[in-house]
Ligand binder design. Structure first.
Ligand code: ADP
Ligand code: MG
Length: 304
């Protein structure tokens, strides 16, 4: 498809991440419904062209476990990536709406993600780099697919946000500066599975000096909701806006709390799911969350 911004009619907002925003659009000439991701980038035009070239690889990804891509184009100062629209959204939105996800469905998520990772790696030598509930999408046919994989190194380097690439799903070895490997994706999958199965992000918020906790509880229910990533972010947002009004250096503030969480990931034992789940599920999560990447299973052995 030859995509142009003027042919795309916005239908709805789908969400916002730290790298940009996603809107539901209709491609008027063909009537195709798409999800358009808009990424604000900070790069020279030669780099922008390089990014577009790198994004071409997304067209070559043909797997039922990977979101398909209609095309990408520049709309200064943004890059727009048009992809398959998934009408049930991402798993973070789903569990926030309905609570913990049934373990049988969590198994299907694990299966689809592992198939997707294996396809990306075996066929294209791509490591995903950003496995998390918001990058795992569902449609009403029951398909579960991965999006937002690390196809363009230049794009990652150019996104106009300091916190791109810093994720609370990062593996201990990654936090300590090791190169990305497919095993880092397996760690992030493990954290994701715990989060979906239990309905909350497994690492506890290290900042307990929060005076706004009680009104957060009003908004999101009582404990342990305040420990999930959503509330973690909400809490942080609240604190940041308070600090912003006091004229604080927010970049420093935000990175400090992320660094505290990262310390915890490196120091503490890996999260587990409890005995309310069957032994196989517990073992599977443990195999994903071995802290030493050499002991952690690969997507292929996990599939078996
Ligand atoms: P993040 O993944 O960090 O939440 P993104 O900007 O990648 O940030 O995406 C924002 C939201 O848009 C996601 O949480 C997801 O719910 C929604 N979204 C992304 N891609 C699609 C898609 N192809 N179809 C439907 N919803 C999508
Ligand atoms: Mg995303």
């Amino acid at each position: 498809l030859d995509l142009k911004n003027e042919d795309l009619k916005k239908l709805a907002d789908l969400g916002q991440g730290n790298g940009g925003s996603v809107v539901k659009v209709e491609h008027i000439p063909t009537g195709t419904i798409m999800a358009k991701k808009i990424v604000l980038i900070d790069a020279k035009s030669s780099v922008r062209k390089q990014i577009l070239r790198e994004l071409q690889i997304m067209h070559e990804c043909h797997s039922e476990y990977i979101i398909s891509c209609f095309g990408s184009f520049l709309a200064e100062p943004n890059i727009c990536i048009c992809m398959e629209f998934m009408d049930k959204g991402s798993f973070d939105g789903i569990y926030r709406k309905i609570g913990a996800i049934d373990i049988n469905v969590v198994c299907l998520v694990a299966h689809s993600v592992l198939e997707g990772l294996t396809y990306l790696y075996d066929v294209h030598r791509i490591i995903h780099r950003d496995i998390k509930p918001s990058n795992i999408l569902l449609n009403s046919e029951g398909s579960i697919k991965l999006c937002d994989f690390g196809v363009s190194g230049e794009l990652i380097n150019s996104i106009a946000n300091t916190f791109v690439g810093t994720s609370i799903y990062m593996s201990p070895e990654r936090i300590q500066g090791a190169e990305y490997s497919v095993k880092s994706d397996v760690w992030s999958l493990g954290i994701t599975l715990v989060e979906l199965a239990t309905g909350s992000f497994p690492f506890c918020d290290v900042e307990d000096d929060d005076d706004n906790l009680s009104d957060l509880d009003d908004q999101y229910g009582t404990t342990p909701t305040h420990r999930d990533s959503f509330a973690f972010n909400k809490k942080k947002e609240k604190r940041l806006s308070k600090r912003r009004s006091e004229g604080a250096d927010l970049q420093g503030e935000m990175s400090l709390s992320i660094i505290e969480l990262m310390h915890q990931i490196v120091r503490e034992p890996a999260p587990r799911i409890g005995p309310q789940f069957c032994e196989e599920a517990q073992e599977f999560v443990d195999a994903c969350l071995a802290k030493d990447p050499d002991e952690r299973h690969s997507p292929k052995t996990l599939l078996v």
